[in-house]
Design a protein around this ligand. Structure first.
Ligand code: RBZ
Ligand code: NIO
Length: 353
């Protein structure tokens, strides 16, 4: 289905089931509210799945890959070629996201939405829209049509995955230079000063960081965007992988499954998704708060609260998978703890013997 048609069908969470979940939590053998954010999570999950007997597994983790023309301005500590090298690494199982998805029993899918190079490998999902974006200091990174198509890639993959049995989706990305795109998106949509949203990405030194800010500043002036149109912002700054992640977020909301976000880049795609359809935010889970300074502001704007604070600044979806055990625990506690009433019954049985 066309994502632009589907977004009209995105619904609010089921408040009746959420009330039921809240009541159940208050009957469990613990002081009320003492499981903190795990209680909020359980209520959110019940509202998403429209049942208190929800199950979060199986979850599929997606890594979307795209290159960025703006890397020619020297905004990353690494060259674009590293994107391709890392995709080889993903396909051979050696990257951080491979280790974490194996450890936590999650299937991993890698999607080329806009890598400069091409890799002929059946393990790589081939959905290339362009061979890297254009340099947004000089022109728009993508056309609006390309942005719309890249959103469709993530949307279709998400819908298909849920129709094939996934109960949740996790998103991550690989694309050298993409924290520059994300910072430009965050600056545009959050209307925050660059000092607050531009970070050091893969590890820029202070001079390089100043340079990155200057490049983004110039680009913001050059494009002089006054519209809040999320597709316009996305097309202007890129990238293909950010667009595809936006599509996957929308698919999760459409298919009523939770979407586990990762760091600053997935945050940028979440900002775009939220502008496209506000209700999509209800389906988001903020796994962690990244070291990138803009991520805090992104999460604040979305009003979603990170489960972890581990000073991660990697991407790939790593933070999302690290938070998965918390999601699973929220489910198990909710489903398996005894209520006070059940515990009293158990006590009576014990005391009678
Ligand atoms: C070896 C390596 C593995 C990575 N895995 C994710 N990223 C992360 O770093 C990139 C963003 O940072 P910047 O905007 O500074 O280029 C993205 O590709 C992101 O996923 C990596 C970066 C490198 C170098
Ligand atoms: O927060 C992130 O997702 C991030 C930070 C640095 C580099 N790549 C990704």
């Amino acid at each position: 289905m066309n994502w632009q048609t589907a977004i009209d069908k995105i619904q609010l969470l089921d408040v009746n089931v959420m009330k039921e979940a809240e009541t159940h939590l208050d009957q469990l053998t613990k002081p009320q509210g003492s499981l903190g954010m795990l209680e909020d999570l359980a209520i959110q999950l019940a509202g998403i799945y429209q049942t208190t007997r929800f199950r979060v597994d199986p979850i599929t983790s997606f890594v979307f890959v795209g290159d960025h023309g703006v890397t020619e301005e020297g905004v990353s500590a690494f060259p674009s070629e590293v994107t391709t090298q890392m995709v080889h690494n993903f396909l051979h199982g050696g990257a951080a996201i491979n280790v974490l998805t194996r450890q936590h029993d999650v299937s991993l899918k890698v999607v080329d939405v806009g890598m400069k190079d091409s890799i002929d490998n059946p393990l790589l999902i081939q959905k290339k829209i362009g061979q890297g974006t254009r340099n947004f200091l000089k022109e728009k990174a993508m056309t609006k049509q390309e942005a719309i198509e890249a959103i469709q890639v993530g949307f279709d993959l998400g819908v298909m995955e849920v129709e094939n049995g996934a109960k949740g989706l996790a998103i991550g990305e690989m694309g050298i230079g993409n924290t520059t795109s994300s910072a430009a998106i965050a600056a545009s949509l959050l209307k925050r000063p660059l000092d607050e949203v531009v970070g050091r990405g893969t590890g820029l030194n202070s001079d390089q960081w100043l340079h990155k800010k200057k490049v983004i500043q110039q680009a913001l002036q050059f494009h002089n965007l006054h519209s809040n149109d999320p597709i316009e912002v996305l097309a202007t700054f890129g990238g293909y992988e950010i667009a595809a992640m936006t599509g996957m977020i929308l698919s999760a909301a459409y298919k009523r499954v939770p979407i586990l976000l990762d760091g600053f880049n997935t945050g940028a795609s979440a900002l775009i998704a939220a502008k496209i359809e506000t209700k999509s935010v209800l389906y988001m889970i903020a796994s962690h708060q990244s070291e990138e300074p803009g991520h805090r502001h992104t999460l604040q704007a979305l009003q979603i609260y990170p489960l972890l604070q581990l000073n991660l600044r990697l991407g790939e979806g790593t933070g999302a998978i690290l938070a998965l055990p918390i999601l699973r625990s929220a489910q198990h506690l909710f489903q398996e703890m005894a209520t006070f009433e059940e515990a009293n019954v158990a006590n009576k049985i014990v005391s009678q013997n």
